[in-house]
Design a binder for this molecule. Structure first.
Ligand code: GLC
Length: 738
């Protein structure tokens, strides 16, 4: 698939500033790339290290006081992790920070304040790899200037479970979209000489029982779903590290899973970086070392310091070969050398952060991630025909919501809504001080009145006396907890229903981390999904609602009508006592995740994967497909047939009857084009060959069947525009190939 960077034509000043900001962030990286082969440099350094220095390099500390253990005396405090370096050999300290929305901090009296990107699911909703790169470059720069050379970001667990509390951190349900968006974020982060970490490997697709759940899934099904997302992200982003997950996979913990770490990741995919554990995800010394784990993270999260003295003894006794320990260290050092961490030592210098440039990147991502789900009679964009506008709920008068847990970024200026949510992890609930209401007030002549939305009747009365009602509905999701259902919490459905009954010109703006149901959908005029829109989310929401920028987000996940449509209507493990082991069977759907499941079962979703309206309209012509290099190249023209500029997101699905696919169709590629009114442009999309193949576990190969394939040009998974047929010869290629 062509890199979008060369098809997106943004004339706007914003993009020019973005481009220069991103270039500035990366330029010193390009100029100062590590000299010499990182493997050779790592090998030479390992050869010079003592046993104790090697052990010190594979054992990581949590940089925050925890479970009675004080944080290390060195390192950046109240952050994710610290591993001491070896000064005599030029090995820097490893200073780890979370995560995918920016430089996070562990709760403390004065958490450092940094720029928050929109949630990962919002970046995915932009379907814009270039923007994902720009977002990664921005947070990676802030990480570097905050003293970090490792950033625990690149979360791409598939959205198999719409109730998963961490869906907001990831990139949706499709392996190609997730892998590309995640891979580009990783590439952006690493452009700052900061090692990125793709996570959580693998199948950590729910939070309920995350430390104990045993995920059952077949090899082929996994290779064509969750593992494919990781494979593509690793190909595109070349992350220095992979974080293994908490859960078990087919009976073995992910961080001591020989199949996942040695067979799939290191042998089949040829991965040369290192596997770090999640914090508390290690359960042994010898099995973990022999199964491919390279670094224990976050002591004292685990029950024992497995990779400290115990590992040293295991090596001295021969239970863990010296060569395995050397390989662990080799992989860690290689990642640091390959990303220039030795040549570009980090310093804590936040005064050098250009927060204005960072904010612009965050806002651009938010704008392109906002999805216009419904727009009856062109109710949006807002205009000055409305003299009075009621703004209801969501703390829209002061800010926008963010997701909770280890990825929590504390915003410049602090949260304008203190004291909401749990007092302990994964709380508190943090709002970002970017008010949609204040941003709208700057743009509209209307008289705007705010109501907090806590009293449905009062909100309805205000709506009844206004020309238009804007209801902001929030769903706080967070690490370590799943949603009990798909409903908006705290009685917001009733508030929306009451407001819609009082005023048919009602617009709902969702700030959620996951798909939600909408019992009031038929009664409202418009619905916008803004997700957790980041440090400039209020501005972004206002610009889209006011039509200053087209609504160009498309759903990265299916919105079900109800949990009855899901492979597991009841969330496995829900209600079990903490620590109970249980299994969840992903072989129910296998690789048929999300829209593939809905297609396979004939379910009609509330909103389909890839859905999103624009303020203009597009025409697609000239679809052509040709076999090329054992895959398919597709071309077509897109014309903006409306009266205003807009961005199209043409999606290309592929289909093959009788080939044993898990579902009728798969996303094979896409493009995103910014077009002025009347403008036409030709798009070319190279279909990823894995989306044309079936993984054959017996041979360990991808197999493309000979025969006729259907190429579907679509505006969403449920909105085909036109199709064309193309024949392919049979082809097979290695598990790590394409
Ligand atoms: C957490 C998360 C992981 C995070 C790590 C460090 O438990 O699962 O995503 O990077 O610990 O905070």
């Amino acid at each position: 698939m062509r890199h979008l960077g060369n098809t997106l034509k943004h004339g706007a000043l914003a993009m020019t500033l973005i481009a220069s900001a991103v270039h500035a962030m990366a330029a010193d990286g390009a100029a100062g790339a590590a000299k010499g082969d990182p493997d050779a440099r790592a090998r030479a350094t390992v050869a010079a290290m003592t046993l104790d220095e090697k052990i010190q390099t594979v054992f990581g500390y949590f940089s925050t006081d925890f479970k009675g253990t004080a944080k290390p005396k060195e390192g950046v405090p109240f952050t994710a992790g610290f591993i001491p370096g070896v000064e005599r050999l030029g090995i820097p300290h490893q200073q780890l920070t979370d995560a995918g929305t920016g430089v996070a901090s562990q709760p403390n009296p004065s958490p450092r304040q940094r720029t928050a990107l929109p949630a990962g699911i919002a970046t995915a909703a932009s379907w814009n790899p270039a923007l994902s790169y720009a977002g990664g470059a921005m947070i990676g720069k802030e990480a570097r200037l905050s003293g970090h050379n490792v950033m625990l970001a690149g979360g791409i667990n598939l959205l198999r479970e719409p109730r998963n509390g961490r869906n907001f951190e990831y990139a949706g349900e499709d392996p190609l979209l997730s892998g590309v968006i995640g891979g580009e974020q990783i590439r952006g982060i690493q452009s700052n000489h900061v090692v990125a970490t793709v996570k959580h490997f693998a199948y950590n697709d729910q939070e309920t029982g995350r430390f104990k759940v045993n995920v059952k899934i077949g090899d082929a099904a996994g290779r064509m779903s969750d593992l494919l997302a990781f494979q593509i992200a690793i190909e595109r982003g070349n992350p220095g590290s992979v974080m293994c997950a908490y859960n078990l996979v087919n009976g073995a913990y992910a961080c001591e899973n020989d199949y996942l770490l040695n067979k799939v990741l290191k042998r089949d995919w040829g991965y040369k970086g290192y596997v770090m554990s999640d914090w508390g995800a290690v359960h042994s010394t010898i099995p973990a070392a022999l199964s491919g784990l390279d670094q224990q993270s976050g002591w004292p999260f685990d029950q024992s310091p497995y990779f400290n003295g115990a590992l040293k003894e295991a090596v001295e006794n021969g239970h863990v070969p010296q060569a395995r320990l050397d390989d662990m260290v080799q992989r860690i050092l290689r990642a640091l050398y390959a990303n220039g961490a030795m040549e570009h030592p980090v310093r804590v210098e936040p005064e050098k952060i250009d927060f204005a440039a960072s904010a612009l990147v965050s806002q651009q991502v938010a704008e392109e991630g906002i999805v216009l789900l419904k727009n009856r009679d062109g109710l949006l964009p807002l205009s000055d025909t409305h003299r009075t506008i009621a703004i209801i709920g969501g703390h829209a008068d002061v800010g926008v919501l963010s997701g909770g847990g280890s990825s929590q970024v504390y915003p410049i200026g602090g949260s304008p809504v203190p004291n909401e949510g749990p007092k302990v992890f994964p709380g508190p609930i943090v709002y970002l001080p970017s008010s949609p209401m204040q941003a709208l007030a700057k743009r509209l002549k209307a008289k705007i009145v705010y109501h907090d939305g806590k009293d449905a009747a009062a909100a309805a009365r205000l709506a009844a006396s206004s020309d238009l009602a804007l209801v902001f509905a929030t769903q706080w999701t967070a690490e370590s907890i799943d949603q009990p259902d798909l409903s908006l919490p705290n009685g917001q459905d009733a508030v929306i229903a009451a407001v819609a009954a009082a005023n048919k010109r009602t617009v709902v703006v969702l700030e959620t981390g996951s798909p939600v149901t909408m019992p009031w959908l038929d009664d409202v005029g418009a619905v916008v999904q803004a997700w957790y829109p980041g440090s400039r989310g209020g501005e972004a929401i206002a610009r889209v609602l006011a039509g200053e920028v087209d609504a160009s987000g498309r759903l990265p996940a299916t919105f079900p009508r109800s949990v009855d449509q899901l492979p597991r209507p009841a969330l496995d493990g829900a209600g079990l006592p903490e620590g109970t082991r249980f299994a969840t069977d992903y072989d129910i759907e296998g690789a048929a995740v999300g829209y593939k499941w809905f297609d396979k079962k004939g379910h009609k979703p509330l909103f389909a994967f890839g859905h999103g309206l624009s303020y203009t309209s597009f025409k697609y012509t000239g679809l052509a497909a040709a076999a090329k290099d054992g895959a398919i190249d597709v071309s077509f023209s897109v014309t903006n047939t409306g009266k205003r500029a807009g961005k199209a997101v043409p999606q290309v699905y592929v289909s093959k009857t009788g080939a044993g696919w898990e579902a009728p169709k798969r996303l094979g590629g896409w493009d995103k084009l910014a077009l002025q009114a009347g403008e036409s442009r030709t798009s070319r999309v190279a279909i990823d060959p894995r989306t044309l193949a079936v993984f054959d576990s017996a041979s360990g190969k991808w197999k493309i069947a000979a025969g006729e394939y259907t190429v579907i040009l679509a505006e969403a998974a449920d909105a085909p525009v036109t199709t064309v047929k193309v024949r392919l010869p049979a082809r097979e290629f290695a598990a790590g190939g394409r």
